[in-house]
Each structure stands twice: as C-alpha cells, then as structure tokens.
Design a protein around this ligand. Structure first.
Ligand SMILES: [Cu+2]
Length: 186
C-alpha cells in the first residue's frame, strides 16, 4: 500500500493539524443554523456565540427562551464541555458605565412569555475556555430549567461582532423559512 502522507501533508493546513485535542472534544466542527431545542414547555431558538481571539479568557452565549406552558419556569444554569464555568449574567447601564452582574437565582421565564439573552442584556458567560471559539463551529451546552429539566443546545459560532443568530449566508439576521435553510452549508 502506498501511503498518501506526502499529498496529505501538502493539502492539510498546519492550523488544522495543530488544533488541541481538548478543544476538538469541547466544540462541534459544525451544526445546522436555525435550530430549535425543546423540553417540556420550554423552547430554545437563536442560540449563538461570537468567535474569540486566541487566548481570550471568556466568551458569551445568546439565545431566546420561549415558555409555551401555563406555569412559570426558571432558567437555573448551564454546563458545557467548552468552559469550566458558565454563569448567567446581566448587562446594565449605570450612568455611563456598563456593568455586568451575576444572576445566582436564575432567570424566571413567565408562562406564554419569551426571555431574550442578547448583547445588551442577559448573556451566558463562559469562563475557563477549552479553546478559542471558531466561526462556523458550534458550542454544545446543556441548559437547566427548574421544571422543564435539561435541554442540550448547539450554539452556532458567528463572527467576533455577531449580533444576531447565525444564518447560512454568513450572519444577516433575515429570516429564511425555506426548507433548505436548516441544511448545514458545505
Ligand atoms: Cu458577563
């Protein structure tokens, strides 16, 4: 048998070969855009993160939570193989200063209501990253709810300034209801 090593070495970029093992276990190489994830009365949509620079200490996650039930639920926490800690945070303007605070009691999700985690309000704060967040890859996380239980969610990683859910055309947040929109690109 002839080993194709020479061709492979020439064709594969050194960046791919250098990816640390821990990071490849912690992240998904790709996942579809436009996914929803549900358990009980809770549905998660628009889950995304932003790409990070190498060596970044933290990253954020954003999503929308819908409670389709008739009882209140509480979003209590998150775990992920991509980070040693994921905490629920809130951004608030205090005069001219943007402040970030923990939400140790979780976030209530009223019956029939939506709660949005977006760059100017609530966000998930990932610290102790297993590796950089790479645009096009996905971060697996498990979201914990008091009533609905655990929901496994894939966060699409957009650009470093992504400010809405990732779409197949590279990041505009326009809705595409076509059947093809849930297919992963390339
Ligand atoms: Cu934060």
């Amino acid at each position: 048998m002839k080993a194709p090593a020479t061709i492979a070495a020439a064709a594969v970029s050194s960046a791919l070969l250098a990816a640390p093992a821990a990071a490849s276990d912690a992240f998904l190489a790709s996942c579809p855009t436009g996914q929803t994830f549900a358990a009980g009365d809770i549905t998660i949509s628009g889950a995304y993160s932003r790409a990070t620079l190498k060596g970044a200490a933290s990253a954020a996650g954003y999503l929308t939570i819908h409670n389709g039930g008739t009882a209140a639920d509480t979003f209590t926490g998150v775990t992920s193989p991509a980070a040693t800690d994921v905490t629920l945070h809130q951004m608030k303007m205090n005069g001219q200063v943007m402040e970030m605070s923990d939400l140790p009691d979780g976030v209530p999700v009223p019956p029939g209501g939506n709660v949005s985690f977006d760059p100017m309000s609530y966000h998930l704060m990932l610290t102790g990253l297993a590796g950089p967040l790479v645009q096009g890859q996905c971060v697996p996380m498990v979201l914990h709810f008091a009533k609905a239980g655990d929901i496994a969610v894939q966060f699409n990683i957009g650009g470093i300034a992504q400010d809405g859910p990732v779409t197949d055309d590279g990041g505009s947040s326009s809705m595409d209801m076509g059947g093809m929109s849930s297919m992963p690109g390339m």
